[in-house]
Design a protein around this ligand. Structure first.
Ligand SMILES: [Mg+2]
Ligand SMILES: [Zn+2]
Length: 346
């Protein structure tokens, strides 16, 4: 291939799936609502800590991890996303997921769609979680504890994760990366602002990121800190089409990804190094599956069936692909490459 490789970086909730997995879990609370105490801590703590409290509460209410995962697995893929996954698989395109959900949800959902073989677990950056086989409660830990980025919560800076991934890959030989970033939310703003003019942002229409990026785009030239090309999209067919035009997705074959055996995903194996402490008491929060692993053997919770559930936005329509890149397969180094730069404060 060329001296430049493409990296496809994607958010998960409301981007890969049509809906928010954490919100889906919260809906299981009695009457669909969390108690006041929990609601009140939400704005004060980062998402992983909040969800840890939610899982504890749900378990007290008699709701098991098994039930939560069954609910979360009902979330559908966003329109066109399954096709994007097929193309990632068929073109062997490198892709990563960066998400403030958690490893158990992501793994469980991808597995349920038979797509857990497309993006390797070590390319899924998220809050590590596991299912405690004894208490049947989901445990979750913050992905990190960062203070460098004031745009992001302490538990997860998507921009830094993206940049770290790129440096790691560069250290392994690849010279230049052309980044295609796909997201919808406020926490996707940070990585977007770190991209260069050779990169592309696919921003899902009608979600929070759209407005943030529109504000950036409206700034006068001298104040602009958003360098990447921005494509607002309604359905992910636009992403697939653009990637095909750019020759990133070259459909060399058209197979559906093989199913990977289930049960290697959610349960904690207490004897592994990164694991859930399986004290009966509910408080020790050591977790398994650092963003990348999530092994485990015994599967206390087995897959439940599927079902349908709509997501928010969903019509498929416009292919918003746009002009072919200057140098589709590569090239186009320029002013800023695809790295660093331009963190903004809000
Ligand atoms: Mg999202
Ligand atoms: Zn950040």
């Amino acid at each position: 291939m060329n001296s430049e490789e493409t990296l496809l970086a994607m958010d998960f909730d409301d981007t890969i799936i049509d809906g928010d997995s954490s919100e889906a879990a919260i809906e299981l609370a009695p009457e669909g609502e969390l108690p006041k105490e929990l609601q009140s801590i939400r704005p004060q703590v980062e998402h992983a800590t909040f969800m840890g409290a939610v899982f504890g509460y749900l378990r007290q209410q008699g709701i098991t991890a098994h039930q939560i995962l069954a609910k979360v697995r009902m979330l559908k893929f966003a329109p066109g996303m399954q096709e994007v996954f097929f193309d990632i698989y068929n073109s062997e395109q490198e892709a990563i997921i960066i998400s403030d959900a958690n490893s158990v949800f992501i793994d469980s959902i991808l597995q349920h769609k038979n797509l857990n073989n497309v993006i390797p677990k070590y390319n899924v950056y998220t809050n590590p979680a596991c299912v405690n086989p004894h208490s049947h409660q989901i445990r979750i830990q913050p992905y990190e504890c960062q203070r460098q980025c004031d745009l992001c919560p302490p538990n997860l800076c998507k921009g830094q994760i993206l940049m770290r991934h790129i440096s790691k890959r560069r250290a392994n030989n690849l010279k230049t990366f052309h980044i295609v970033y796909v997201g919808d939310g406020v926490n996707d703003y940070c990585p977007c602002m770190r991209l260069g003019s050779n990169d592309i942002i696919f921003c899902r229409k009608k979600f929070a990121l759209e407005q943030l990026l529109q504000c950036e785009l409206a700034k006068p030239e001298e104040e602009k800190r958003l360098y990447a090309e921005v494509r607002f999209y309604t359905d992910a067919f636009a992403i697939r089409d653009r990637m095909r035009i750019d020759n990133v997705f070259f459909p060399a074959r058209t197979m559906t990804p093989p199913t990977v055996p289930s049960s290697t995903t959610t349960p904690c194996n207490p004897s592994e190094d990164s694991k859930c402490e399986e004290e009966e008491e509910e408080e020790e929060e050591t977790t398994s599956s650092s963003s990348s692993d999530a092994k485990g053997k015994k599967a206390p919770s087995k897959d439940l069936g599927k079902a349908g559930k709509g997501g928010k936005d969903g019509k498929k329509s416009s292919i918003d692909a746009g002009k072919p890149r200057k140098g589709s397969t590569g090239k186009g180094k320029d002013k800023r490459g695809s790295t660093g730069k331009g963190k903004g404060k809000k």
